[in-house]
Design a binder for this molecule. Structure first.
Ligand code: AMP
Length: 365
């Protein structure tokens, strides 16, 4: 839906494929209802489209590849294949010399002891596939807990990953067009509640030029290696002055929703420009911004709209526990005003939100 809303002013038109009859995108364009594995529906979509993208990471990469044989698809299906498998992701980081948490492969119980011995410290067992928002992972403090953790994640192929004592979680959103033109948004700082993203701050406070450059280097190396087209998010852990790559998301990303109201060009517009081979838009931020996800229930809209600098984005989805139903972007040139407004958003939602540490005067980045 948000891609289409960004694309209509550029003269584009849209159709969507989604398994749900009430998919949010159906509000803004023609909706083909069907499974992402239904090849008849995929063919229907391909026949009516010049260009296809996806914004859901669990679309089978085989479906993306099937579409790519009939029409143009971006980002490249191989990026989807890597993002869907934590082991392939780790191998990509290793190949590119990108720092990441140490890990060992766990195909089954026979690997428990060797994997634990190779790490020798508290770790997380993560399923290789279909892990998101904290699903498919279990913390393991001692070797004896591996058995239980493996049952918990569903007895599937896993990686065992060292527990990282990170200071904070950051993400970098990069964009690359077919011509190789590259752009980056400033780092965002991300805060989770119950393993779901609740708040993103952008530009992330207290970021040195070196940290920003390191993040861009990581993003660029991945985009170039994958011959990437579109927006790519890389989730990062900051440990001291260093960054470790956690995972990649080959799509417009929740931690980039702030760009709708506080960047010269939003991630949605730039994703489309990149896919179409058009010049990329300026990805600089226009001032400090906090993005707050609306989870589980839709709060009183008029109370949110009364908050200075607040812009409301609702997705038209039915409420469900921990479901992302929309977000609020709070932007202002004055960092103190953003902090005050975030506190008011928290009061409306009835949750304690972390206090943004935006400081001093702001200059464009
Ligand atoms: P993921 O699905 O890998 O993004 O993990 C979900 C969340 O779990 C992350 O946003 C972190 O807060 C936390 N997490 C994941 N991996 C680790 C790790 N190796 N060490 C510490 N925390 C982690």
């Amino acid at each position: 839906m948000m891609l289409a809303l960004a694309g209509y002013p550029l003269g584009l038109s849209f159709a969507f494929l989604d398994p749900a009859h009430d998919a949010a995108a159906g509000q803004v364009g023609e909706l083909v209802t069907g499974s992402y594995c239904d090849h008849a529906r995929l063919a229907e979509l391909a026949d009516r489209s010049d260009l296809i993208t996806f914004e859901f990471e669990s679309v089978p990469d085989s479906s993306a590849a099937a579409l790519a044989s009939r029409t143009e698809v971006f980002p490249p299906p191989k990026a989807l294949a890597v993002a869907q498998d934590r082991l392939l992701e780790k191998r990509l980081f290793q190949e590119l010399g990108i720092p990441a948490a140490a890990y060992a492969e766990v195909g089954g119980p026979e690997d428990f002891q060797p994997a634990w011995a190779s790490l020798g410290r508290p770790a997380r067992l993560k399923s290789r596939r279909l892990g998101y928002d904290g699903h498919g992972q279990a913390v393991v403090a001692a070797a004896e807990q591996l058995e239980g953790a493996w049952l918990e994640v569903g007895r599937v192929p896993c990686i065992l990953e060292e527990e990282v004592p990170f200071e904070r979680e950051l993400s970098i959103i990069g964009v690359r067009s077919g011509s190789g033109e590259i752009g980056f948004y400033p780092l965002a700082e991300n805060h989770h509640q119950a393993a779901v993203l609740r708040l993103s701050l952008a530009p992330a406070p207290e970021v040195s030029g070196r940290l920003e450059q390191d993040a861009r280097g990581i993003s660029q190396a991945i985009m170039e290696k994958l011959d990437y087209r579109g927006v790519l998010a890389v989730e990062l852990f900051q440990v001291g002055a260093s960054l470790l790559a956690n995972e990649i998301a080959p799509r417009v990303h929740n931690s980039g929703h702030w760009t709708q109201d506080a960047a010269v060009t939003s991630q949605f517009e730039n994703h489309l420009r990149a896919g179409l081979g058009w010049p990329l838009g300026n990805s600089e931020s226009t001032g400090p911004c906090a993005m707050v996800n609306l989870l589980s229930t839709i709060p009183d809209q008029s109370r949110l709209l009364a908050i200075p600098g607040a812009r409301l984005h609702l997705y038209g989805k039915a409420p469900r526990p921990l479901r992302k139903l929309g977000h609020v972007n709070v932007a202002s040139p004055d960092p103190g005003a953003v902090t005050a407004s975030v506190e008011r958003v928290g009061a409306v939602l009835g949750v304690d939100l972390p206090k943004p540490r935006f400081k001093g005067s702001y200059w464009p980045r």
